[in-house]
Design a protein around this ligand. Structure first.
Ligand SMILES: NC(=O)c1ccc[n+]([C@@H]2O[C@H](COP(=O)([O-])OP(=O)(O)OC[C@H]3O[C@@H](n4cnc5c(N)ncnc54)[C@H](O)[C@@H]3O)[C@@H](O)[C@H]2O)c1
Length: 277
């Protein structure tokens, strides 16, 4: 028996990093998943990995800034697997970097579209299908940058704070439909997005050693750490939990050693990780 038997999930950003790990964990626990991402090659690879694990997964090319694409991703879940129980709003980018006074307005707007508007759109289109199934779970990937002021670029931090409070207000509205809404706030997790800029080193051992120094629990955060929390929030074991933000950060928030300050994150715009390699 799996912890997600007979459940169907859409996972945005499912082609890489945490989304990939969530997809693999979910199918191993019996769910069928739609991996919704811009990254077609990565998505096809994760579909293969899910199949090799004995799971059911399909890829749906999705730009989470587009309402029609999110509508289609939800429709794909229903068309392919007959229902929707779990919506994971996880796709993300670093977005606009640098000092506030230097950020172009259009890059601010682009960052909000990928990180916050997308979560609204994911919720909006998932809700009717979740309600039709008698309830469900919406999980959005926020960040400790949405809780504290010194963990990421300004537009990123603002968007993630927005994700956290949208989670709370949505939870209040949707509890009567047995739809639970929660967010996960990861610390530094070793994914292409986080290490892609090269700031933590080039080889695996150096990256691990540098990331181990970011928080009291002295190892790099892993996508699997986030997948474990997503599994709990997706499963019926968390049926009395809604409107929360689950911090998964090795203790970074309570005792961070090397905060990544907004001003020290470089300049320009950090787009999807697969385009930056
Ligand atoms: N890695 C970290 O340390 C960290 C910490 C806190 C929060 N997060 C958040 O976790 C989530 C997952 O990030 P990750 O670290 O696994 O990075 P990742 O780059 O490995 O995965 C993100 C995925 O989102 C996809 N994506 C980007 N823009 C998209 C768009 N417009 N439409 C559809 N897909 C798009 C990318 O192609 C990629 O597959 C993001 O929301 C990120 O902000 C990451």
């Amino acid at each position: 028996m799996g912890r997600l038997d007979n459940k169907v999930a859409v996972i945005t950003g499912g082609a890489s990093g945490m989304g990939r790990a969530i997809g693999l964990r979910f199918v191993r626990e019996g769910a069928a998943v739609v991996l919704a991402d811009l990254n077609e090659r990565g998505g096809a690879e994760v579909v293969r990995e899910c199949a090799a694990a004995g799971g059911r997964a399909v890829f749906q090319r999705t730009d989470v800034t587009l309402e029609s694409d999110l509508r289609d991703a939800v429709a794909r879940a229903v068309g392919e697997f007959g229902r929707l129980d779990i919506m994971v709003n996880n796709a993300g980018v670093g977005g606009a970097l640098g000092r506030l006074e230097e950020i172009p307005l259009e890059e601010w707007e682009r960052t909000q579209a990928v990180l916050l508007r997308s979560v609204f759109l994911g919720m909006k289109h998932a809700i009717p299908e979740l309600r039709r199934c008698g309830g469900g779970s919406i999980i959005s990937t926020a960040s400790i940058a949405g809780i504290s002021g010194d963990f990421g670029p300004h537009p990123y931090s603002a968007a993630k704070a927005g994700v956290i409070n949208l989670t709370r207000s949505a939870a209040a509205e949707l509890a009567c439909d047995r739809i639970r809404v929660n967010a996960i706030a990861p610390g530094g997790i070793k994914t292409p997005m986080f290490v892609g800029g090269g700031g933590f080193g080039q080889d695996d051992a150096t990256i691990e050693a540098n990331m181990a120094r970011l928080q009291p629990i002295a190892r790099a955060g892993r996508p699997e750490d986030i997948a474990a929390m997503a599994l709990f929030l997706a499963s019926d074991e968390s049926e009395w939990i809604t409107g929360t933000v689950m911090v998964v950060d090795g203790g970074a928030l309570v005792a961070h050693k090397n905060a990544i300050s907004a001003a020290s994150t470089g300049r320009g715009y950090a787009g999807p990780s697969f385009e930056r390699r």
